[in-house]
Design a protein around this ligand. Sequence first.
Ligand code: DGJ
Length: 726
Amino acid sequence: MRKRSSIFSIFSVAVLTVCGAVAQDTQNRVFEISTRNTSLVYTAREDGRLVQRYYGPRIADPSRFEAMRSPDKADSRREMTWEAYPTYGLGFTNEPALSVIHHDGSLITEMALTDHRIQSDQNIVRHTFTLCDRVYDLTVELHAEAYQNEDVIALWTVIRNNEPGAVSLNNFYSSMLDLRAESYYLTHFNGTWAGEMNRTEERLGYGVKSVESRKGVRTTQTENPSFILSLGAPARENHGHCIGGALAWSGNYKLSFEVNEWDHLSVMTGMNPFMSQYKLSPGESLQTPASIYTYSTTGQGQVSRNLHDWARQYALHDGYSPRPVLLNSWEGAYFDFDENTITTMIDDAARLGVELFVLDDGWFGNKYPRNDATQGLGDWQVNRRKLPRGLEYLIDHATRRGVKFGLWIEPEMVNPRSELAECHPDWIVQSPGREKITMRNQLLLDLSNPAVQDFIWHTVDSLLTAHPRIAYIKWDANRHVEQVGSPYLAADMQTRFWIEYTRGLYGIYEKIRAKYPDLIFQACASGGGRVDYGSLRYHDEFWTSDNNDALRRIYMQYSTNLIYPANATASHISAIPGHQTGSITPLKFRFDVAMSGRLGLELQPEDIPAAEQEFAKQAIASYKEHIRDLVASGDLYAAKDKSKAVLFAYCTDFNNRGVWPTIKLHGLDPNKKYRIREINRLRPGKAFWGDGMVFQGDYLINMGVELRIARQYDSAVFLLEESDND
Ligand code: DGJ
């Protein structure tokens, strides 16, 4: 961390506990929340309002912001719309971050700064601003964590009710950013089942654009709580000012982008207030999830690198560790297997060099055997017909072959045809008097209920205690919330359901992590329905999509990796024709695509044609030897010290005869020399004429490599290694 001795960044005032008074020593002060290359600047006005003045490249001396206020009355009101945490009350009525019905029915809230504290912990500088309503005893702690080396700032709040009666929160966003640019281009990620994370970029016009989920569960299937904002021009990889943002929350979320009459953009992110009025009893508080931001002056590429570095250190479990290559049983066997099917798959996997086998859906249920998706969900006992010698027999078998064992569960859900649903009908999310509507034949358990949380925790804990060699859990969730209603929550607490559900889920994750720190834990929700920084801090990886088609995966993984690390991006080779798209792609293409994330297989290994078995084995070995470390700890995809890099090149369509794409290799060191070598080769002839030769970094960066890949599904993988010899 760079040390600076600025009075503007090291500043703390005495606690002022009385609400309604403006702390004298906070008036006209400048507060700089800085990272190595960025500054977020707030000032406190004379009237105590904390106003955001700036977010952008680091400003060496932010003292001038102190004078940045206008005596003009209209201007002064305008400033209220860019308060650090705007409340509904005075000023122009843009979307407020906080709107409250006070205990006596008053609708107005006006916050003044009463305290600021700062605390440093090596790489993280933590600021806490205490804001207090001028009339009522309602406080907001605005927290800002500045991650110095990663240029990431996390913002969130704690809203506390000290009024004599209950207050209702209508809006309770985590943060507000006020931006000023000629134009704003928003990249966000829309999707559907088997088509998650489509990158959409649009110019923001006047008014509000919102990206949100009201699904409660599986919230990232159709949109993702993350974005890139490019200022002044559409986003480019290596040029321009871009802000990356993400909300660390797995429940309903809302990202609001409002271009107002002064051409400012106000960005607000947080839990979705939709049907979520939150009543705070006296003394009670609500903590909002972290809004993550990073600022880059060199395009969206740096946004991704900052977020990946931050995540791998702070928001992804075991972020920098290489992940094992696995075989998942789903597309190879679906529900249709017995002991022999599984042991054969394990044997074949071991032969190919696979390190972990994951038994997916279908292994449980006896009264209602889980032989398809219609029944058995919730009954987490091994199916005795399919697996008469139980899981231990399979685990022993795998262990003997040097393969670890993993298991699928979907503990938040239940089939109506299950012993669990029969025993605990009151554990199911439902609305009184209404027919329960199933989705994929299943209903949702009420995770706001502590008894349900205990059941789920004990389900997982019993499995892992009975089978301590289970190394990996895939946690799936295949429906969203409909007909919301909790038999557990009181009538006046029903609107809390959305938040309580997610808290219940996180509580279980916490317990799992505390007791099983080494477990490899995958977040899945019908594919990429739970890809967010709220859940990732407990997980090692996520299931990107049920769509394993390599062509589609190129785009999905590219968009996903704009925000989330490649190391966490599970990417599997499946059979052809692809089960979702029906397309037929070469095995090499499938491997070359899957290798850019956490490599896995999802097929019957024996379905790989005999002539290609050796290639598959070699490809897995190459991934382990050359690529996996770069995926785990590299900068998409050069090693941090730039001594090694990998280039993945894919031809997505016929490229016309004789048109050879030239690819410039950003990310290398111009002063280093690199030997470039194609790996995963299948066909004769060189994809690059310089294959095997040594090049100066500046040549590869500026001239690039001309690749002879032109037909659809041609692909090539090159390794670049620092070399002293020509
Ligand atoms: C949905 C997941 O995304 C799939 O990978 C698979 O685990 C099925 N559920 C099993 O039901």
